[in-house]
Design a protein around this ligand. Structure first.
Ligand code: FAD
Length: 429
């Protein structure tokens, strides 16, 4: 009997998951694996953990839900707190695995893991799929990733003109019960990941809960129950409350829902409820998400370099005291402090807030932008390597912003928080 292994990473869903679907189509027996990689929970050189408590909790919830949904398909999800390249070879040998299915990744840390696995399992067939994009890399109108433009609008227009978003891939058919294997593995808790448990701050903009089912509940609420999508563009610069933007980022980041699924929900909404600038704008933002992924595909590790993808030498400083003040919300700007307090207390910050906080750190204080990006990587519930480092480069003058703008923080606060409601909420302890 042929056995395939689906190795989950940032594609934690059963719907529209080509890797899972292919594994189920090609093999009579399918086993699923997820590894909480200890390297992702270690401390960075700045002293904070690479993955902080908000994202870790969201991930734990996501894995629990994935396990339930796979159970419905009679597929056992084995969960480990171990490096993939250490445990997967053992499973592959024990279960006579013929092929491993996974989401294609291209940043160095992920590539190293895949290379180590391949080295240890030279006879196994590795099948990877780009399942994180809106516009599939095989469909874009560029012959080579090197042709991806530096300017977003150029990229967007060409994609909109020439690329059709693919159809969603259905949930695989249920396997027979005999597909289940003995599974004593357990999802680790926050303590086992070296993190403290916490109570949610009552001021939080949104109570994020991980898992594919929760992502679809949010779609149901934001699109269908409240039709908030029909005013998305007008409200997306908001700072308080759960409805000013879609809040889909955390589920998108760990792949609990695909950009393709969201796109088709927008199209359905436009067909059944209303079609306007606001509904289009959610797609516009999903294209930004793609753009940063294509930027990192093109530029590789340059997205982590001080001089960025522009290879621009600027006069950067770095002091650990400044970093601490910025993180503690003790800068001279109340609007920056309020935003940084929000992210520290909840793991979330609006897009408007992120732009201002980034601009203040990199362009006002001229501090090494990578330290700010690393802090966001630690605390964000929705951290995505390409979106985070891409946006940070953009707002720090070493990325894709052709205008190299600096935010006037006071003006921004007057415009987006005219009654100080936001600042008052987040400056109070
Ligand atoms: C400095 C900085 C760091 C950021 N880091 C991240 C990150 O780690 N992960 C992340 O998902 N987003 C990041 N963003 C982008 C954006 O702020 C968040 O996606 C957004 O605030 C999440 O809220 P939402 O889902 O309600 O967004 P919505 O406004 O509802 O947007 C819908 C979706 O579009 C995508 N999107 C929207 N804006 C952007 C953008 N500027 N860049 C890329 N994708 C976008 C997201 O997937 C988002 O979920 C960052 C922005 C800045 C300025």
């Amino acid at each position: 009997m042929s056995t395939g292994l689906i190795w989950f990473e940032n594609n934690l869903r059963v719907k529209d998951n080509k890797a899972l679907f292919e594994a189920c189509e090609k093999h009579e027996q399918v086993i699923a694996v997820y590894c909480f990689d200890p390297r992702k929970f270690k401390k960075t050189k700045y002293g904070f953990p690479k993955t902080g408590k908000f994202r870790a909790k969201f991930l734990i919830e996501s894995i629990k839900n994935l396990q339930e949904n796979l159970n419905q398909l009679n597929i056992s999800l084995l969960i480990f707190l171990q490096k993939p390249e250490e445990i997967i070879p053992e499973i592959a040998r024990n279960h006579k695995i013929e092929a491993i299915y996974f989401q294609e990744e291209w940043t160095t840390e992920e590539k190293q893991i895949i290379a180590a696995l391949k080295k240890k399992l030279p006879t196994i067939d590795f099948q990877s799929f780009y399942t994180q994009f809106l516009f599939h890399p095989e469909d874009i109108a560029y012959g080579d990733f090197n042709e991806i433009p530096k300017v977003y609008t150029e990229f967007r227009k060409k994609c909109e003109q020439y690329v059709d978003v693919r159809k969603e891939i259905e949930i695989p058919k249920q396997k027979p019960e005999s597909n289940r294997i003995k599974n004593t593995s357990k999802t680790p808790n926050l303590k086992e990941l070296g993190l403290e448990d916490y109570q949610q701050d009552s001021r939080t903009a949104f109570s994020f809960k991980g898992g594919e089912d929760e992502a679809w509940k949010r779609i149901d609420y934001y699109f269908w129950k409240t039709t908030k999508l029909s005013e998305y563009k007008q409200t997306r610069n908001g700072l308080l409350g759960k409805d000013y933007s879609s809040k889909l980022s955390a589920w998108l980041a760990n792949g609990s829902i695909s950009a393709v699924s969201i796109f088709h929900q927008v199209k359905k909404f436009e067909h059944e409820i209303t079609k306007n600038q606001d509904t289009y704008w959610l797609i516009f933002e999903l294209i930004w998400r793609d753009f940063f992924k294509y930027t990192s595909l093109k530029h590789g590790n340059s997205i982590f370099k001080l001089s960025g993808i522009l290879d621009k030498k600027l006069d950067w400083k770095f002091s650990i005291e400044s970093l601490q003040q910025w993180i503690n919300g003790e800068t001279k700007e109340d609007f920056v402090n309020a935003n940084i307090n929000e992210i520290a207390a909840t793991g979330f910050m609006s897009n408007r807030g992120r732009q201002n906080v980034n601009s203040f750190w990199a362009k006002e204080l001229k501090q090494d932008w990578r330290a700010g990006a690393a802090y966001f990587e630690s605390v964000l519930v929705d951290y995505d390597v390409h979106s985070n480092w891409g946006n940070w480069m953009y707002n720090s003058g070493v990325g894709n912003d052709p205008r190299d703008r600096k935010f006037n923080i006071k003006k921004q606060a007057d415009l987006y928080d005219p009654d100080n409601q936001y600042v008052d909420t987040w400056l109070k302890k």
